[in-house]
Every structure is written in structure tokens, then in C-alpha cells.
Design a protein around this ligand. Structure first.
Ligand SMILES: [Zn+2]
Length: 62
């Protein structure tokens, strides 16, 4: 489920991001990977996965 609408009450942007994009699957550029990994994907400028995370945060006003 991808909820890009207004945040639910009591939910932070980080909570919403982690719910939409599990941190363990993150490339580490937009949200930190729990183990500190950073994929060599080029970050949000080049990588669609990172772009989705960045755009999700942008949609939350972050
Ligand atoms: Zn990436």
C-alpha cells in the first residue's frame, strides 16, 4: 500500500517512509539503511528506487 496522502495523526514522516519503503530495502541515500549500507546506484538523481523515496518525502512536505 502506498499512502501518499496527509499523514495520519501521530505518524511522523519517517514512520510513513519506513512503512512505504522498508529501511532494510533502502539504498541508503534518502533514508539511512539500518546497517549503514549505501548502494552504488547514484542516488535520487539517477536511481528510480531512490527517486521514489525522495518523491514520497517531498509529497509529505519534507
Ligand atoms: Zn538507489
Amino acid at each position: 500500500m502506498l499512502d501518499t496522502g496527509p499523514l495520519q495523526s501521530g505518524m511522523t514522516a519517517d514512520d510513513a517512509l519506513h512503512k512505504a519503503f522498508p529501511a532494510s530495502q533502502s539504498h541508503g541515500h534518502v533514508q539511512p539503511h539500518p546497517l549503514g549500507h549505501k548502494a552504488r546506484c547514484g542516488g535520487p538523481a539517477l536511481c528510480s528506487q531512490c527517486q521514489r523515496e525522495r518523491d514520497f518525502l517531498a509529497g509529505l512536505g519534507q
